[in-house]
Design a binder for this molecule. Sequence first.
Ligand code: GUN
Length: 290
Amino acid sequence: MELLNGNEVSKIIKLSIKEEVAKRKAAGQKTPHLAAILVGADGASMTYVAAKEKDCKEVGFDSTVLRFEASMSEEELLAEVEKINQNKDIDGLIVQLPLPKHINEKRVTEAISFKKDVDGFHPMNVGMMFKGLKTFLPATPYGIIKLLEHYGIETSGKNCVVIGRSDIVGKPMSALMLQKNCTVTICHSKTQNLSDFTLRADIIIAALGIPLFLKAEMVKEGAVVIDVGITRVEDASNKNGYKLKGDVDFDSVASKCSYITPVPGGVGPMTRVGLLLNTLDAVSHESHLF
Ligand code: GUN
């Protein structure tokens, strides 16, 4: 079994992004600028946004974080999004999800200019991705593809089972694995006899958000297992009061795998890199959109 080390691979990719940014700066070209909007004070969201800010700094991007009270209205948020849409200095915008219940996430997502939608959530970008055109790819699936490519993992003709059908991970992941010539099956909460599918899978991508869901008896010998789960589970012995748990029961599954991602240190850092790569594309207009 070999670990798919997202920490290590993300460092290598961040270094190449940093070099690219330095080259842009030396040539008098624009510095990439990522803006993030955070509404409210959800602990996980605050952590993610702070991490994105840190990543930007590390590779030499400019970054702006706009923080608002959870009581902000939908109209106020839409006005802030529009300001950024019009701001020529900002290349990419993400609105951190989830939003407070009184705000319609779909409306906000669709209000972001698709040219600045570095999350790849806008229907225009989703459509382009499904057609296989170059566009902003949702960061987690993008990061996973980069990880598989880095380790030279064969995908062509392989059975890939994606567990989970979210707009952010499951659906786009299945589209990208199809483009990598996998035979893709999407399983979800209504799937019957899930093990019948997972036991035939050469590659399993678990993105359902249930800690330790995937057990050894559900996995074929030699499979590649990618764990997207990052649930905070209470743990008094940890200084934060919680521990991150993946969707895969790593301790039992690992010995059966050819490759497996750890949690933390697997998919998480690769997601962060996916966003940086999209932001670099946004400033260099490396897309069909422009
Ligand atoms: N919340 C959880 N994941 C994401 C993500 O990839 N982008 C945004 N904007 N919010 C999220």
